[in-house]
Structure formats: C-alpha cells, structure tokens
Write a protein that binds this ligand. Structure first.
Ligand SMILES: [Cu+2]
Length: 163
C-alpha cells in the first residue's frame, strides 16, 4: 500500500505535463504583425466579449492602416470565460485546431491573445506592420465560440506611398 501511494501521483502528472508542452506549439512569430509597445500606441479600441444574447465580440476598429499600433482593452461581460486573439485568416484557423485539441489552453506566453474570466479586463497591444492575406481577424477560440459568432474582421489598408 505504501508503494502504491508513492507511485500514483507520478502517474497523474504525466498527462498534465504533456498538455503544457503542447500549448507552446504554434506560437513565436507572427505573419500579421508583432507585439506593440505602449509608447507606440496610435489609438485605443474598446472590446466587449459577451454571451448574454448570443456570442459576440463587440468592437468598432474600422479599417486598420498598415503601420498602426492599436491598444485593445478587452472586458469580458459574459457569464463564461472568453478570449480575444489577434490574427489573420490562416492563423485563426491554426489557432482553432490547437484549441480543439487542447480546450483549456491559456495564452500566458502569447502576446497576441488573452483569456478572460467573467468580469476581467485585459489589454493587447498589437503593431499591424505587415501585409496580410485577406483580413485581420479577431476571435474567441474557446471551442464553439467562433462558430457561434465571436469573430470580428477588419480590413488592413496598405500604407500609402505617393501615387
Ligand atoms: Cu468566447
């Protein structure tokens, strides 16, 4: 009985360690811009995640000019956890696949995404300095939420050179 008690905790730890290692996959570099600094912020955009009347990301970012650094201030007014992530079509598709396999994935090591408990407010500062294929896509990738409407797309306008 003594031996059994000693072994059991080690066995329980194995799946947990596997999940943490997996959560790191796919992060690191970004095709749709880069993390911004507070000193570079050109405007702030308020975002509300809500689930009272269907899943929604309520925000009015308009067209994003390439080169802008935007500070997103996100509040979860819903009853459940939500997330806010910046991406493009391809990255959000990849993110959705990761979340489907690992629904409890948090984003502590990823500056392009935050997870919010009900009532929480968090900030993401993003520099849109790269051209993208299609639109910039903001989404909550908690399983099922994107499909239920927690997504917002914005056009990225190329930086204007004369002519
Ligand atoms: Cu959500």
């Amino acid at each position: 009985m003594r031996i059994f008690n000693a072994i059991l905790p080690a066995v329980v730890m194995v799946p947990l360690a596997g999940g943490i290692a997996f959560a790191d996959a796919g992060h690191g570099h970004y095709k749709f811009g880069e993390p911004g600094q507070e000193s570079e912020v050109t405007r702030a955009v308020e975002v509300i995640a809500d689930d009272a009347d269907g899943m929604e990301l309520i925000m009015d970012v308009g067209t994003i000019q390439q080169g802008e650094t935007i500070k997103f201030v996100i509040t979860n007014k819903g009853a459940g956890d939500h997330e806010f992530s910046v991406g493009d079509t391809a990255s959000q598709r990849a993110h959705a696949k990761l979340m489907a396999k690992n629904p409890d994935m948090k984003h502590d090591d990823d500056p392009s995404a935050v997870t919010l408990a009900p009532g929480e407010t968090k900030t993401v500062i993003w520099k849109f300095n790269k051209p993208v294929q299609g639109n910039i896509v903001f989404a909550c990738q908690m399983p099922g939420h994107y499909e239920a409407g927690m997504v917002h797309q914005a056009k990225l306008a190329k930086s204007k050179k004369t002519g």
